[in-house]
Write a protein that binds this ligand. Structure first.
Ligand SMILES: *[C@@H]1O[C@H](CO)[C@@H](O)[C@H](O)[C@H]1NC(C)=O
Ligand SMILES: *[C@@H]1O[C@H](CO)[C@@H](O)[C@H](O)[C@H]1NC(C)=O
Ligand SMILES: *[C@@H]1O[C@H](CO)[C@@H](O)[C@H](O)[C@H]1NC(C)=O
Ligand SMILES: *[C@@H]1O[C@H](CO)[C@@H](O)[C@H](O)[C@H]1NC(C)=O
Length: 480
């Protein structure tokens, strides 16, 4: 049987027959997702099959474009200005996708915590933003599949699906028996998500979502902490610092030594996340000078105030803010804001908690002049905040989610697999197109009845068997 598999695999890979047939019968080789985050919008173009040589039907990212300007929720009073920066990216997308496929290419927009907050604050304004986006996309050549605000748990689970889809197909594919999954840690601008399979996945947590992946049913624990995204958390810190000071000049231990910036109170107190922290005399346009003191110890103390531990009776299964969470288990991948922060500290992949702490301490002790030299490519608004982000990540992971020195190295800080970003957007598209690999089928092809259909299924089954062999080989490789 091994010989049979190998010769068939060889035939199939050398002739590339399958991808050719597949391409002809498959109507939609591209999909576009816009991740409308709180601080920016990112356009992703996905294509399948990705690697015709080695794999079949692996959806992979072929193009990514950061839309200039802020997130869509910032256009609340200026929806007319949404189109221009979107055009810049979409024009590039149009060049990437053959013109005759534009009409059949689906385009999805999912908005996250920035829009969730705006909707809570002013639903009319949020609807106006979505409506103007809908108008914009209706005039585009692609097949527009809607602009939606996705919920926090959805965002968490789609991130988990992406992580496991990308990792499973390329690294630790196990064909039979128990499937090991990887947990997902996502840090956005306005919210942060944790998603993983707990030790006892049958236990009924409020925050469990059922997901079917590779033929297995998973109960994914997921939670999204609103206002615990990087930007909103920092705004809350600035609001707290202003409360403790009284003058129009405030020391910030998380900003680098000798750094100074002037911000309006509205900049950090205008958000829903900081509404309760507004000073008694709230003058939105009043200016406050923040003066960096680069004091890592004091910074950590201030960051601890962003977490409410008093609402939990039992620290074990309720880390903070009264949210029930099972004990973290297995490997995790920490992407987006987690990755960018760790990267600024010159760390990557996985490392000990002690290494993280010493890098953070070193980084936070640098003066602004030194930091600018160390991070020549970083914009000021990012560079000044990495020390805060690092402390926030430390507090969230260690005191929030209860990672300790022992399981900290199981967190892999990573932003992509191959060229595909680890982001909820891929899982979102896979789910909406019903493309999550199910049992017996690696992908669900929207087949058209044709002369080739029978042959195609036959080849798909063969391809799957070959994949199985590859999976087992990979598994052995990883074990030894
Ligand atoms: C296919 O796999 C081989 C061996 O693992 C590798 O060297 C090659 O780069 C792969 N091709 C692509 C397109 O990834
Ligand atoms: C909500 O947004 C709408 C549209 O932008 C605006 O006209 C209205 O004044 C806003 N309401 C509040 C309470 O801010
Ligand atoms: C923590 O939460 C409790 C209950 O919601 C609340 O009474 C308390 O004021 C909160 N503490 C802080 C520091 O926010
Ligand atoms: C990171 O490493 C580079 C190259 O070794 C160095 O120039 C830079 O200063 C380091 N940055 C930090 C934050 O340690």
């Amino acid at each position: 049987p091994d010989l049979f598999h190998h010769s068939i695999c060889g035939l199939y890979t050398s002739t590339s027959l399958f991808p050719v047939l597949w391409y002809q019968t498959h109507q939609y080789p591209y999909g576009i997702v816009l991740d409308a985050g709180s601080s920016r919008t990112t356009v992703y173009v996905y294509e399948w099959p990705a690697e015709k040589e080695n794999d079949t039907g692996v959806v992979s990212q072929t193009f990514k474009c950061d839309v200039k300007g802020p997130g869509i929720s910032s256009y609340e009073h200026n929806t007319g200005a949404l189109a221009k920066p979107l055009d810049e990216c979409l024009n590039k997308v149009k060049e990437r996708i053959p013109v005759h496929l534009h009409k059949s290419t689906s385009i999805y927009l999912g908005a996250t915590a920035g829009m969730r907050l705006l909707r809570l604050q002013n639903e009319t304004a949020a609807n106006e933003v979505l409506a103007s986006i809908q108008n914009y996309f209706r005039a585009q050549p692609f097949q527009f599949r809607g602009a939606n605000i996705i919920t926090g748990p959805e965002e968490g689970v789609y991130g988990w699906i992406t992580a496991n889809y990308l990792m499973e197909l390329r690294f630790s594919g196990k064909s039979e028996g128990e499937k090991e999954t990887i947990g997902a840690l996502d840090l956005g601008g306005a919210s942060t998500q944790i998603s993983f399979i707990p030790e006892d996945s049958q236990e009924n947590f409020n925050n469990t979502m059922q997901v079917k992946l590779y033929g297995y049913d998973y109960n994914v624990y997921t939670h999204s902490f609103q206002c615990y995204g990087r930007d909103e958390a920092e705004k809350r810190l600035l609001a707290l610092l202003l409360q403790s000071g009284i003058s129009s000049s405030v020391d910030n231990p998380c900003y680098p030594r000798n750094y100074e910036t002037t911000l309006t109170v509205k900049y950090f107190c205008g958000s829903l996340c900081t509404q309760s922290l507004r000073p008694a005399n709230y003058y939105p346009n009043q200016s406050v000078i923040f003066h960096g003191t680069g004091d890592p110890g004091l910074c950590q103390e201030m960051v601890s105030l962003l977490f409410n531990f008093t609402t939990c009776r039992n620290q074990e299964d309720c880390p903070f803010n009264g949210i029930h969470q099972p004990k973290v288990k297995g490997n995790f991948v920490a992407f987006s804001g987690f990755y960018y922060t760790i990267n600024a500290l010159n760390l990557t992949g996985h490392f000990s908690l002690a290494d993280f702490n010493s890098s953070m301490w070193f980084f936070c002790s640098q003066s602004w002049a030194q930091l600018q030299f160390m991070l020549p490519k970083s914009e000021e608004i990012y560079a000044r905040s990495y020390c805060f982000s690092a402390n926030f990540i430390y507090y969230l992971l260690v005191h929030g989610y209860n990672f300790d020195a022992e399981n900290w190295p199981q967190i892999h800080f990573q932003k992509e697999v191959g060229n595909s970003s680890i982001a909820w957007s891929l899982g979102y598209m896979l789910s909406l197109t019903n493309m999550i690999p199910a049992e017996g089928k690696l992908i669900q092809l929207p087949l058209k009845p044709s002369l080739f259909a029978g042959l195609l299924i036959f080849l798909a089954v063969l391809a799957l068997k070959c994949q199985l062999v590859t999976y087992i080989l990979f598994q052995l490789y990883w074990i030894f």
